[in-house]
Ligand binder design. Structure first.
Ligand code: MG
Length: 387
């Protein structure tokens, strides 16, 4: 029995993790559940899975949570409760949305646990802080992002050569999002509803907007660099609209190894929970008896500028990824609230990166400061633009 702690349990990754656990009840047991504010959904999950402990991010909802669940289940509340729960269970699933997931990542690795990481922002913004914790005895980082789960699997196929001497290149696939093939003029007119209609993946609103700008892919380039230690010049992006090939590793002898499945986040989740074994239950199996075509094309980096901005921030290093990530979160938030058009997301981030101060990511404070400065730069830019 593997015990699993799910942070962000009512979100998209959290609920799909619980589906995986439900599919193999003899293999997994939920030991901790935490949600930020969806208290009713959390109560229903606690009643079904009976963890040892549950947490709610907003302290004012703690009473409601306690009243709704059996009294022998421990309840924590507030900001620090997520970190506490990240030190429970053998596998910690970090499904917290955005930069707020950093504390969970640091606590899980620092306490020598396997971290099933869906919160890419914590690795992207705070890579230099996360990296040393990966060598904590017992600590292990298995990506839950579909592309990085694919890369993890492709690299395993080469015998998990620890130095990856034979690796030439990582190729991340991108669906291209709902605006693939759009011109800059077309993009001036897209709406929130358009941006939220992802062609192949069902995900939360923030990441769906990030997919529409290609910033999600840009963040994933930085994530791949941090996870696998591959230089930026050896990480490529290719648009693959069917979302069947989830990413590829190209080796020095010319071989490309790819991982394929129908798009289903439950597969990378089950992989991270089951590793080094595999799930007994299939998710996203391809029916090879049916005809199938797969297409690949280079991304339109001139029109979708967020991808290039992410490479720039990654190559700056230091706190630049945190700065850019903060700027992106602020810009996407403004877009989701209807205060700015889609086309101002990349221009906001670009203006924020122009202000980058070059600081090192040597402490949590420096990363938090960079994240805030990125957000402030976007706020200033948007205030000036609206004048
Ligand atoms: Mg992904």
């Amino acid at each position: 029995m593997t015990t699993v702690s799910v942070l962000g349990s009512t979100g998209s990754i959290g609920t799909q993790t619980l589906e995986v656990v439900r599919s193999e009840p003899d293999r997994f047991r939920i030991s901790a559940l935490a949600a930020w504010s969806s208290v009713e959904a959390l109560i229903a999950q606690v009643r079904e899975f009976r963890p040892d402990i549950a947490a709610i991010g907003r302290p004012e909802l703690a009473g409601q949570l306690k009243a709704g669940i059996p009294s022998d289940i421990e309840v924590l509340a507030g900001d620090g409760s997520f970190q506490e729960l990240a030190t429970r269970g053998e596998v910690v699933v970090n499904g917290v949305v955005g930069f707020a997931g950093l504390g969970v990542t640091l606590a899980a690795l620092g306490s020598g646990r396997r971290l099933a990481l869906a919160n890419k922002e914590s690795l992207i913004a705070a890579g230099p802080l996360v990296q040393p914790l990966r060598s904590t005895p017992g600590a292990e980082l298995i990506p839950v992002d579909s592309e990085h789960s694919a890369l993890h699997q492709c690299l395993r196929a080469d015998g998990q050569n620890p130095k990856m001497r034979n690796l030439h290149q990582l190729v991340l696939t991108a669906s291209g999002g709902p605006f693939r093939g759009f011109s800059s003029d077309d993009l001036e007119r897209v709406t929130l509803e358009d941006a939220l209609a992802h062609p192949t993946w069902s995900m939360g609103p923030k990441i769906t907007v990030d997919s529409s700008t290609l910033m999600n892919k840009g963040l994933e380039v930085i994530e791949a660099h941090e996870l696998f230690g591959v230089p930026y010049e050896n990480i490529e992006v290719v648009v693959h609209p069917e979302s069947i090939v989830h990413s590829m590793a190209v080796f020095t002898d010319g071989t490309t190894i790819a991982q394929l499945s129908e798009p289903d986040m439950k597969l990378p989740i089950a992989y991270a929970l089951s590793y080094p074994e595999r799930s007994a239950k299939p998710f996203g199996s391809i029916d090879w008896a049916q005809p199938k075509s797969l297409h690949f094309e280079p991304p339109d980096k001139d029109t979708f500028r967020c991808l290039g901005l992410a490479y720039t921030a990654g190559q700056f290093g230091g706190t630049a990824p945190a700065w850019m990530n903060g700027a992106n979160e602020a810009a996407v938030d403004a877009f989701l609230k209807g205060s700015i058009p889609w086309s101002m997301i990349p221009t906001s981030i670009e203006s924020a990166l122009d202000e980058y101060d070059g600081n090192e990511a040597d402490s949590i404070d420096s990363v938090i400061r960079a994240d805030q400065r990125g957000r402030e730069c976007v706020a200033t830019y948007l205030a000036e633009e609206s004048r």
